[in-house]
Design a protein around this ligand. Structure first.
Ligand code: 28F
Length: 650
């Protein structure tokens, strides 16, 4: 291994107990995200073995008891005795923090685990963990447990309860890890199959040719899902665009290596008006962008402008087209593999390395101009340039429209935010804006709110579907214009988060189909034209109660069906249930108490965790291809959900 640890640092390194003391330091939280981090850590280690060419098949299984198995057919974790620690490599990996030396040794060219805290943290936060290694024709196994020690009055984290022992012979090589997340650490140890399968699919796209299998044994006749995409990021773009109208069939693919940075990029344009760029570094989504996206955007703009001039799409006197014009309708996946990654930003998902910008600029400049100059690609080049020229015209029109709007509103003095009931407080960090569906609910909200820091913006009917409309049409729609001027940030290229007047923007819509539709349209709008509002954590969804249960003395507000069953059970015999069809059924006092009072309300922060999936869902829901939308709504909407009241025979 090369590293030699002094005695003192061994003490530090063995601090698995420290992991249990402050798990949030290592996995962020002990909620659902933290729970899944355990799985990502082990999967990343298997993916690293594959990304470095030693494994081709990875399988993930969630068992009935909520334990999880990950297996790969790589070289198998080294079983030899560690020169200074005197224990097998396997035991080092699972009992020493940041062991495995993946961070700076030549065995691993790239490591997704860079976000990773090491497999030892998974061990420390599990009830038990078993590892099996096939290597040197033998099958080795070791078991670890986090057990309570009555003498010490504390849990010993991840203690080896067996030595690494040979339990048989083996053909082939590989590593298998099975662990049970510790319910003394995590509120809920049940992994979410949708979250797992989406991430495994994404990893298969980002590591073309690797087969990743997933099976959830908690589901009767659990079907095994297999993800394998030989086309890698090219297949990823195909998947992202499958419900869109593409401008050109062939996908533009570029790959190269510069200064030790390996780059893969796939691009395909559609008739959509917004840009969808998804970037990754060592398989980690960089939702806040960074130097790689900056390099990509500047090279794309430079190369396309040069091409447009050279082929007389642009006259000598014409100004250059803007980056935004060239990115309208683009779907692109950018995947980097590199060492010594610096993550920045609010959620550490922004790439900071400047060498990434120069590497991407060089590769895109060289390979994109080469691609466009190929006669066979002349048609594709033409479509891309012409779409950008049209976009520039519309942008110019929108700018003029905005000018007129500004003059008009400043002349008339009647600001666009006529319907906004603003708050008296002037500190954006404390202020909240409720976007409320329906005039009547809006009225109740205005009366029920705390006007010191809560502003209300009632929406009339269903605002315009933003997906298929151009910027200027979106702007002209009064509903959105009202929201835009209320928030104060501007949109698209003009967006400036520093001008945000409300640090919480809370969408309040009914818990029915229309409410879901309104919510999806608003999410589309914010996702497409104010993405930073989401990535900086300012957008929330308010949860009004679904039921009010009372036995004459007590009254309980219930927010979901599981809760209803529990509340009814301990309500005793005589009780009545009022089911809220919409916000408008609550009086101002009830709306305040149940949905607006920061001390009692429930609001969900909208995070663009899986932007790729969000983009697809919105396209399916809002796009103009009817078939996929019908499939999605039938498959996922719970409109035909068994009515829980009937179920309870109320
Ligand atoms: C189910 C999870 O963890 N797979 C892994 C390997 C292979 C090696 C390794 C891992 C490198 C030098 C520290 C084998 N032979 N799947 C996994 N496969 N770790 S984790 O080495 C450990 C680090 O020491 C490996 C030669 N070099 C590396």
């Amino acid at each position: 291994m090369g590293q030699t640890y002094g005695v003192s640092s061994i003490q530090v390194l063995e601090g698995l107990d420290a992991v249990r003391m402050r798990p949030g330091m290592y996995i962020g939280s002990t909620g659902q995200r933290g729970l899944h981090h355990l799985l990502w850590e082990i999967v990343d280690n298997a993916i690293d073995e594959a990304a470095n060419g030693f494994a081709t098949r990875i399988s993930v299984t969630i068992h009935q008891d909520n334990s999880v198995t990950v297996e790969d057919d790589g070289r198998g974790i080294p079983v030899e005795i560690h020169p200074t620690l005197g224990i097998p490599g396997v035991e080092v990996i699972f009992t020493r923090l940041h062991a495995g030396g993946k961070f700076n040794n030549e065995n691993y060219r790239f490591s997704g685990g860079l976000h990773g805290v090491g497999a030892s943290v998974v061990n420390a936060l599990s009830r038990w963990l078993e590892v099996e290694v096939k290597r040197n024709g033998k099958l080795y196994r070791q078991r670890f447990e986090s057990v309570y020690d009555p003498q010490l009055k504390k849990v010993i984290a991840g203690k080896p309860v067996t030595p690494l022992e040979v339990i048989g012979n083996a053909t082939g090589t590989g590593t298998k890890v099975r662990f049970l997340p510790d319910d003394r650490i995590f509120e809920d140890v049940r992994m979410n199959a949708d979250i797992v399968s989406r991430r495994l699919r994404e990893l298969a796209y980002l590591n073309g040719g690797v087969t990743i299998e997933f099976c959830d044994e908690r589901v009767p006749d659990a079907s095994k899902r297999v993800y394998c995409y030989d086309g890698g990021v090219v297949d990823f773009v195909k998947y992202l665009n499958e419900d869109k109208n593409v401008l050109h069939e062939d996908i533009i693919y570029m790959e190269g290596e510069k200064d030790g940075i390996f780059v893969q990029i796939a691009i395909q344009y559609t008739d959509s008006y917004t840009e969808s760029i998804f970037s990754y570094v060592n398989n980690i989504p960089t939702t806040e962008g960074g130097t790689h996206e900056t390099g990509f955007k500047s090279a794309l703009t430079k190369v396309l402008n040069e091409y447009a001039r050279k082929h007389n799409y642009l006259k000598e006197k014409d100004p250059n087209l803007s980056g935004e014009d060239f990115r309208e309708g683009i779907t692109a996946v950018i995947s980097l593999k590199m060492n010594n990654v610096q993550f920045e930003g609010q959620t550490k998902t922004k790439l900071g390395n400047t060498e990434a910008r120069t590497a991407i600029e060089a590769i895109v400049s060289e390979q994109l101009s080469y691609y466009l100059e190929q006669p066979a690609n002349g048609e594709t080049a033409k479509l891309i340039i012409e779409k950008a020229i049209k976009a520039a015209k519309v942008r110019e029109a929108a700018r003029k429209a905005r000018e007129i709007e500004r003059k008009k509103s400043s002349l008339e003095g009647a600001p666009l935010v006529g319907k906004l009931a603003s708050c008296t407080g002037r500190d954006p960090r404390l202020n909240e804006l409720f976007i409320v569906e329906g005039e009547s609910a809006g009225g109740s909200a205005k009366q029920g709110r705390d006007r010191r820091f809560q502003a209300i913006l009632p929406l009339r009917g269903k605002p315009l579907n933003a997906e298929k409309k151009r910027l200027d049409q979106v702007l002209s729609n009064e509903e959105f214009a009202t929201i835009i001027s209320a928030l104060g940030t501007g949109i698209g290229q003009d967006f400036n988060l520093a001008n945000l007047r409300y640090h919480k923007v809370i969408i309040l819509s009914d818990a029915d189909q229309d409410g879901a539709h309104i919510r999806a349209i608003l999410l589309t709008f914010f996702f497409r034209y104010m993405k930073e509002l989401i990535t900086n954590g300012h957008l929330y969804i308010g949860l009004p109660p679904l039921y009010r249960v009372t036995d004459g003395k007590r009254e309980v507000y219930v927010y979901n069906d599981d809760e209803l069953r529990k509340v009814v059970k301990d309500m005793g015999k005589k009780y009545t249930i009022q089911r809220y069809k919409g916000l408008g059924e609550m009086n101002p006092e009830q709306l305040w108490e149940t949905t607006m009072n920061p001390k009692k309300r429930k609001i969900i922060q909208v995070t663009v965790e899986d932007a790729a999936e969000a983009d697809r869902l919105v396209t399916i829901l809002m796009g103009d291809k009817v078939q996929p939308r019908k499939e999605y709504i039938c498959a996922y909407a719970n409109f035909n959900k068994v009515d829980v009241l009937q179920e309870m025979g109320v």
